[in-house]
Design a protein around this ligand. Sequence first.
Ligand SMILES: Nc1ncnc2c1ncn2[C@@H]1O[C@H](COP(=O)(O)OP(=O)(O)OP(=O)(O)O)[C@@H](O)[C@H]1O
Length: 336
Amino acid sequence: MTPHTANAADSPAAAEPPVISARNLSLFVRDGRKRIRIVSDVSFDIARGEFFALVGESGSGKTMMARAIMRLLPKRMLEIEGELSFSGVPLTDLPEARMRGLRGGAISMIFQEPMTSLDPLMQIGRQIEETMEVHSDLRRKERQERVEQLLSEVRFDAPAKVARMYPNELSGGMRQRAMIAMALANNPKLLIADEPTTALDVTIQREVMEIIQRLREKHDLSVLFISHDLSLVHQYADRVGVLYAGMLMECGDERDVIGSSAHPYTAALLNCAPRRRIDGERRQGIPGVVPSPLNWETGCRFRDRCKYADAKCAAAPVPVTELKAGWFTRCIRPLS
Ligand SMILES: Nc1ncnc2c1ncn2[C@@H]1O[C@H](COP(=O)(O)OP(=O)(O)OP(=O)(O)O)[C@@H](O)[C@H]1O
């Protein structure tokens, strides 16, 4: 399948391999003796410094993609087929010892719930220092200085004071910022952010997004942003991948995917998004539910919920069509 990638020649990072490259990637989980495919034939690249958003309804496979990149689950629980590489290094067969060096080092991740990463019994500064102990050879004094520098980068006015605090002394938004500081401790190349702002109110959400954006610009960080929130994606992403029932239905520049959605699923998702409500349109859910991986059939997986579908959509696997350089869709009659 053709890679879902931006026009490489236009990219300033054309000479170096993408930070993330996925080719015909499928993921499988085990349920007893059954091997269940939960992601099918996904291809995309994330270039250096690029903000790539993965969107889709609950159960579409976004989190499992992130887990595959971080290799957070052992092979017996999450199997990877196809190619997945990080800055040219294949991740699929990388020995666990080397993967541990990348995780929390060159690749780091933040979650919706900061307490997934933060230890409630340890001071914030100490926790950030610990990640540096694993991945760097900085001395104690240097680590402590870096902790304060990181905390001020995520806009704490009194970093030394925050370093001595425990997670329960911070508000939700402050905890999220502390988690970002921790994720940045070892100068990652890739930050995976899985619904990092979903639990926060709108003002704090903006603040966290602005921090991620600023850090990304300052450190040339690539971001894989997993979200349901298309208005945030519209505002911050360079490129967007739309995942549905484990398949990438559309992928391309934010301007194309959000601005002129080619796949009826992208259009339907946008129709549910708050941005459209502001325009005065009524919010509509997409009728029906995402099919379970146990019930995937040949043909387009969205067809039962698609208002444009006919018999042809069920007949054969849907090929990927390139609409223009770097903009792909998996629909036999794209809207654009
Ligand atoms: N151990 C498992 N056994 C069976 N199915 C699984 C297992 N783990 C995950 N799945 C299925 O994999 C699919 C992808 O789940 P995933 O959590 O990646 O979706 P998501 O898009 O991140 O959803 P959300 O937005 O709710 O987090 C879902 O259909 C889920 O039911």
